[in-house]
Design a protein around this ligand. Structure first.
Ligand code: C2E
Ligand code: CA
Ligand code: CA
Length: 690
C-alpha cells in the first residue's frame, strides 16, 4: 500500500507542484493548520506531513505544538518546508518533533529524495514495531498461561528497597491467594513466612548488589486466611540496572507434606508414637558436637522379658503392653526430659540439666515403681540402666548407647527384684567386654570339634572303703590363643546364657566317652566318669534321645557314666526333670546331685529326687574345720543320704582331718586336692596304675 502524505501549505501553487511530484504516494492537501489537524484526525493512517510554517489561522509551529501536546501518534513524521531561513526556526521546528527542515524555493529532486528516505524509514519502523507487537503478544500469552506463578517487581526506590510488585500472572495469584493490588500494597516480605524471610532477604540483597544473578530457595508464603503455602522460588534480575526482577514460583506443598510425613516416620516409632532410636542418635550426635551435655544423662528401660509373653499371647498382646508402658513413661517427660522408644522393648529417657546422681537414682526408682505396678499382673520385670554422659571428647553416640545397654542388661542379670537400677561404670564395661570376647571364642569353638581349645581334665574320686580311685569327674577347660586359660566358672555361665552350652556340652560328652573307652582299653572297665550337665542341656527337647544315641554309637557302657546336675534344676520343673532322670537311670546311667546343700529346699525335697548320689558341697567340708567336727552337720547329711538310699561323695577335700571325719561318718567317696587336682588324660590313667 502506498504511503499517505499530507501536504499543508497556504500556497495553492506549491501544493499543486508537490502533489504532482509525488504521484506514487497518496497525497492529501490542507491549506492551513486548522484544516491540517482536521485531516489528521480523520486520517489516522497518514505517514508523513509536509508542513509550511508561515500560514494564516494556525501556523506550522502551532500545528506541531498541538500534535505534541495531544501526544498524537508518534508515527506521523513531519518535514518542515518553509521560506523562513533563520536557524532558530529550524531548531525550534526540530525540537517540536519535526524530522527535517527544508527551505523554499522547492528543489524538487532534493525534496523527493528526502521524502523517500523518511518513507523508507517509516516502513522499517513499521516492520520493527509489528515484530515487537508480535513478541509482546507471545510474552503475554506465556506469562498468563504459564503453569508456574510469575511476578515482576520494580525496585529503584531507595525508600522501598524490596520494590513493588507491578505485574503477576494468574498462577501467582492462585498460589499466593493474593491480588496484584494486595501484593503491591503489602510487598513480598509481609507475605513471606517469618522463618524464611531472613534467608530470602539475604539473597535478595546479593542480587541487588550484583553479587549474584539469580537465586532459588524453598519458602512459605502466608495466604490471606493465615495458612501457608510452600513454594520453590527462583528470583532473577531482569535488567542490567537491577531495577526489575522476575520471581517464579511453583507450589511444592504436596511434596513438602510427603517429606514431612517421611520425616515423622523416620523419627518416630510407629506403634508408640515416641521418638525412635535414629532420632535419639541424631540428637546425641548434635549435642556431642556442640558439647551441650555438661549435665546430661541417659536412662534406659529394658523390658526384654516382655518378649517371653509373645510366645504365649501373641504380638498384639505384648505390643499393647509396650504401648501401655509408653503412655505411663511419657508422663515423666518435660522440657528437660525426653522419652524415646529405641527398639520394641527398650525405652530411653534423655535428661538434660539434672541435679545430681541422687536425683537420677530417685527418678529411676520412680520409673521402676511405675513399671512394677503397671506390669505386676504380667509378672514381668526388666532392667533400668543409667549413664551419666559427662564431658568427654572421646565419646560418640555408639559408645553412649552401648554403655547404656550394658548398664540396663546388668540391671536385669544381677538382681532379682522386678525392676532394678544399675549405673554404668568402667568395671561393668570391662566385664561385658570380657564376656563378649569369651562369647566370640565360644561360638567359634562350638562348631569346631577338633580345635583342641576346649578339652577336659579329670579329677579322681576316691572310694573310701577300698581307698582306691573309683572314678573321675570330667571338668571342662578352655584355652585359646587370645584369652589364655579360662576357668569354667567364667565360661560355662556365658555358654549357658547364649545356649552355646548345647553344642559345647555335646563336645564335652563325646570327649568324656572317648576317655571312658580309653580307660577300658587300658583295662579299667570299672572306672566311672562323671560329666556335668547344665539345666539348659537337660531341658533341650532331644537331650535324652541324643545322649543315648551317642552312648550307642560310641559303644560306651552306660554303667560307667555319671551325670552331675545341680539341684537348682529341680526348682524349674520338678516333675519334668524327675521324669527325664528316671529314663536315664532306667538305661543304667548314674545321676548325682552336684553342690548338694547349697540350693534351696534341697534337704526338704531330697527324698523325692530320683537320683543315685549326692555330692556334698565343698562348703560343708570347709565347715568341718571352722566349726569343728563335733558341731558340723556334714555327718547328718551323709546319714540322711544313706537313709534315702543314696550314696554320698564329699567335694573339695583338702586335708587329712577332713578325710578322717568323712571316714568316721561313713561317707562313701571323696574328691579333692587331697586326692589330686584335676589331671590331664594321661596323668589320670597313669595315676590308676600306681
Ligand atoms: P563342680 O562341678 O562343683 O566342680 C568342682 C570344682 O571344684 C572344679 O572346679 C574343681 O577343680 C574344684 N575342686 C576340686 N577339688 C577341689 C579342692 O580340693 N579345693 C578347691 N578349692 N577346689 C576343688 P572347676 O574345674 O573350676 O569347675 C568349676 C565349675 O564349673 C564346676 O563345679 C562345674 O559347675 C562347672 N563345670 C566344669 N566343667 C563343666 C562341664 O563340663 N559342664 C558343665 N555344665 N559345667 C562344668
Ligand atoms: Ca560337678
Ligand atoms: Ca560340685
Amino acid at each position: 500500500m502506498a504511503a499517505k502524505i499530507l501536504v499543508v501549505d497556504d500556497s495553492g501553487t506549491d501544493r499543486k507542484i508537490i502533489k504532482s511530484m509525488l504521484e506514487e504516494y497518496e497525497v492529501l492537501l490542507a491549506c492551513d493548520g486548522v484544516e491540517a489537524l482536521c485531516t489528521i484526525d480523520a486520517n489516522p493512517d497518514i505517514d508523513l506531513m509536509i508542513l509550511d510554517l508561515n500560514m494564516p489561522n494556525m501556523n506550522g509551529f502551532q500545528v506541531l505544538e498541538m500534535l505534541k501536546s495531544n501526544k498524537r501518534d508518534r508515527r506521523l513524521c513531519t518535514m518542515i518546508l518553509t521560506n523562513y531561513d533563520e536557524m532558530e526556526n529550524e531548531i525550534k521546528g526540530l525540537q517540536l518533533g519535526a524530522v527535517d527542515y527544508i527551505r523554499k524555493p522547492i528543489n524538487m529532486e532534493s525534496l523527493r529524495a528526502r521524502i523517500n528516505i523518511h518513507i523508507e524509514l517509516l516502513k522499517v519502523q513499521n516492520v520493527l514495531e509489528q515484530k515487537l507487537n508480535e513478541q509482546k503478544l507471545t510474552f503475554d500469552m506465556i506469562f498468563d498461561q504459564a503453569p508456574i506463578g510469575i511476578a515482576i517487581s520494580q525496585s529503584c526506590d531507595t525508600e522501598n528497597p524490596e520494590g513493588t510488585i507491578t505485574r503477576i500472572n494468574s498462577m501467582y495469584e492462585k498460589i499466593t491467594g493474593r491480588t496484584l493490588e494486595e501484593l503491591a500494597k503489602l510487598g513480598w516480605e509481609k507475605i513471606t513466612h517469618p522463618d524464611d524471610l531472613e534467608e530470602d532477604l539475604k539473597y535478595f540483597r546479593k542480587l541487588q548488589s550484583g553479587e549474584i544473578k539469580s537465586y532459588s530457595l524453598e519458602k512459605r508464603y502466608i495466604k490471606p486466611d493465615g495458612s501457608f503455602v510452600w513454594v520453590y522460588m527462583v528470583v532473577a534480575a531482569l535488567t542490567s540496572n537491577r531495577c526489575n526482577y522476575i520471581c517464579l514460583i511453583q507450589d511444592i506443598s504436596e511434596r513438602k507434606k510427603i517429606e514431612s510425613n517421611l520425616k515423622y516416620i523416620n523419627e518416630h516409632d510407629k506403634w508408640t508414637g515416641l521418638y525412635n532410636r535414629d532420632y535419639l542418635g541424631k540428637m546425641l550426635q548434635r549435642d556431642l558436637e556442640q558439647m551441650q551435655m555438661l549435665k546430661a544423662a541417659l536412662i534406659s528401660v529394658n523390658l526384654s522379658t516382655v518378649q517371653l509373653l509373645t510366645v504365649n499371647y501373641g504380638f498384639n498382646y505384648t505390643r499393647n503392653l509396650i504401648k501401655k508402658a509408653a503412655v505411663a513413661l511419657s508422663r515423666y517427660c518435660n522440657e528437660k526430659i525426653m522419652l524415646f522408644n529405641t527398639s520394641e522393648n527398650h525405652f530411653v529417657f534423655y535428661l538434660l540439666d539434672y541435679e545430681d546422681k541422687k536425683a537420677l537414682k530417685e527418678f529411676s526408682q520412680v520409673i521402676a515403681d511405675t513399671l512394677e505396678s503397671l506390669l505386676v499382673t504380667e509378672r514381668i520385670g526388666g532392667g533400668i540402666g543409667v549413664l551419666e554422659i559427662g564431658n568427654d571428647s572421646s565419646l560418640n553416640v555408639d559408645l553412649l548407647l552401648r554403655r547404656l545397654l550394658i548398664a540396663s542388661e546388668r540391671a536385669i542379670n544381677v538382681f532379682e527384684k522386678d525392676f532394678s537400677v544399675c549405673f554404668y561404670d568402667k568395671e561393668i564395661e570391662a566385664l561385658v567386654d570380657r564376656e563378649g570376647e569369651i562369647r566370640q571364642e565360644l561360638s567359634r569353638i562350638a562348631f569346631d570339634d577338633n580345635c583342641g581349645e576346649l578339652f577336659l581334665q579329670y579329677q579322681p574320686i576316691l572310694d573310701l572303703k577300698t581307698d582306691s580311685v573309683c572314678g573321675f569327674e570330667a571338668l571342662a577347660r578352655l584355652k585359646t590363643e587370645k584369652l589364655g586359660l579360662v576357668s569354667p566358672v567364667e565360661f560355662i555361665p556365658i555358654a549357658e546364657k547364649t545356649k552355646l552350652i548345647i553344642p559345647i556340652g555335646k563336645q564335652i560328652i563325646l570327649s568324656a566317652f572317648r576317655f571312658i573307652n580309653k580307660l577300658k582299653e587300658h583295662g579299667y572297665g570299672d572306672i566311672d566318669v562323671s560329666v556335668n550337665i547344665s539345666a539348659i542341656q537337660l531341658f533341650a527337647p532331644d537331650f535324652t534321645k541324643e545322649l543315648l544315641e551317642m552312648i550307642r554309637t560310641m559303644g560306651v557302657n552306660p554303667q560307667n557314666l555319671v551325670i552331675e546336675i545341680t539341684e537348682s534344676v529341680f526348682s524349674s520343673d520338678y516333675d519334668y526333670i524327675n521324669n527325664i532322670i528316671g529314663k536315664l537311670r532306667a538305661d543304667g546311667i548314674c545321676i548325682a546331685i552336684d553342690d548338694f546343700g547349697t540350693g534351696f529346699s534341697s534337704l526338704a525335697r531330697e527324698r523325692e529326687l530320683n537320683v543315685n548320689c549326692l555330692k556334698i558341697d565343698k562348703y560343708f567340708i570347709d565347715k568341718l574345720m571352722i566349726v569343728g567336727p563335733s558341731k558340723a552337720i556334714t555327718g547328718d547329711i551323709i546319714s540322711m543320704a544313706h537313709k534315702r538310699g543314696h550314696f554320698a561323695i564329699a567335694e573339695g577335700v583338702e586335708t587329712q582331718e577332713q578325710k578322717q571325719y568323712l571316714l568316721n561318718n561313713g561317707c562313701d567317696k571323696i574328691q579333692g586336692y587331697l586326692v589330686a587336682k584335676p589331671l590331664y588324660e594321661e596323668e589320670a590313667i597313669a595315676m590308676l596304675g600306681k
